[in-house]
Design a protein around this ligand. Structure first.
Ligand code: G3P
Ligand code: MG
Length: 355
């Protein structure tokens, strides 16, 4: 271990700290880097581009597999990122793979929700776009949605799948996963209510609700528009309100993502793996390494800061002013350990304290 310390920082103990970066409102707004984020991240690499400080991206966002997100972030932020370093809101869904491995599941949201779930090992996945197209007239407003593409050219999922002996369109949906933000709320709320109130067989009788999972419960997040945008938590409220108004039993669901303490526990484990994957990490005698401080840099007090505070030691929370939080002082309900203007300032603080 001593050798490892010498290799990385002569005057610091790199294994004693790690960093978790929120993405939206800290590193990026939309696809635009903010707050000096490329410069800030570069300081965690040596001159040859080798990682010297263990860090992860801890976002509630998602919609593409972690491997693809690592590439996208790498090119936006101009650093080399390992898929291991990307923890998205839906990353914990892979733990549910064994439970639903071969059963039909429906994946909702922007991007490539079905590819995300397939990459986690789920064998029988349809995106809600594919699933909705199994049913003629399921969305009475479809004809007014001029933006929708026909799947696979002109072939709908219905004709594509009914040719198969094991047509997924006629199978019971065992679970629904909201992987990323819904693109078409009216269609998705309609189809989700159809699936959930019929036990997974739209158009059939009322039956027991299949499990429903959300990747996060963010009411709002910071994108390119000056004020916050409605997030998955707002969509959840919409689904829940409509479902509860048309169904005798209240909607049951599970939400993942920050601020759940399990997300921070998992980030700690991942950071340890990132540390072990640092090329210059020479663990001595298999001795257990540990982090004295883990920094969470976020923009959303009720998500990032609340989560880090709840997770307790060794987490230290840093709130930036580039996203959801725009106050002068600290946040009243979820005060951070430190408030700074930008992520670059946060990294300056961390390195001056640790090195
Ligand atoms: O949809 C993204 C949003 O919910 C939050 O992303 O990176 O701020 O956790 P992030
Ligand atoms: Mg954020």
């Amino acid at each position: 271990l001593a050798f490892f310390y010498r290799q990385l920082h002569s005057s610091s103990n790199p294994a004693s700290f790690g960093v978790a970066f929120d993405i939206d409102g800290v590193l990026l707004r939309g696809s635009n880097p903010i707050g000096g984020s490329p410069r800030a991240l570069k300081r965690f690499y040596d001159d040859s581009g080798t990682l010297k400080v263990p860090y992860v991206f801890l976002t509630n966002g998602g919609g593409v597999p972690e491997s693809k997100r690592a590439k996208e972030l790498g090119s936006l932020l101009d650093v080399n990122i390992l898929p291991l370093q990307v923890i998205q809101g839906h990353s914990p869904f892979k733990q549910l793979m064994r439970r639903f491995e071969n059963e039909l599941i429906v994946a909702v949201g922007k991007g490539e929700p079905a590819e995300v779930m397939s990459e986690y090992g789920f064998k029988n996945v349809l995106s809600i776009d594919e699933y909705a197209s199994c049913f003629d007239n399921i969305d009475p407003l479809a004809q007014y949605k001029k933006w929708t593409d026909k799947l696979d050219g002109n072939q709908s999922s219905k004709s594509k799948h009914t040719a198969l002996s094991n047509d997924p369109c006629s199978q019971r949906v065992a679970a629904v996963f909201v992987v990323s933000d819904s693109v078409d709320w009216s269609r998705d709320i309609q189809v989700l209510c159809d699936i959930l109130r019929t036990g997974g067989l739209p158009g059939k009788e009322i039956a027991h609700q299949p499990p429903l999972f959300f990747a996060n419960d963010d009411l709002a997040y910071q994108a390119l528009f000056p004020s916050e945008r409605l997030g998955m938590g707002a969509f959840r409220i919409a689904v829940e309100s409509v479902f509860n108004a048309i169904h005798p039993a209240a909607l049951k669901y599970t939400s993942y993502g920050k601020p759940n303490p399990s997300v921070f526990k998992n980030a700690e484990t991942v950071l340890m793996h990132v540390l072990q994957s640092c090329p210059t990490n020479h663990q001595v005698d298999g001795r257990k390494q540990f982090f004295k401080t883990l920094y969470m840099i976020g923009d959303n007090p009720s998500v990032d800061i609340k989560g880090a505070r709840q997770a307790g030691s060794p987490w230290f929370s840093i709130l930036t002013r580039t996203g959801v939080f725009k106050g002068k002082e600290n946040h009243d309900d979820f005060p951070a350990d430190l408030v700074v203007d930008t992520v670059e300032e946060a990294v300056d603080y961390i390195l001056s304290k640790e090195c």
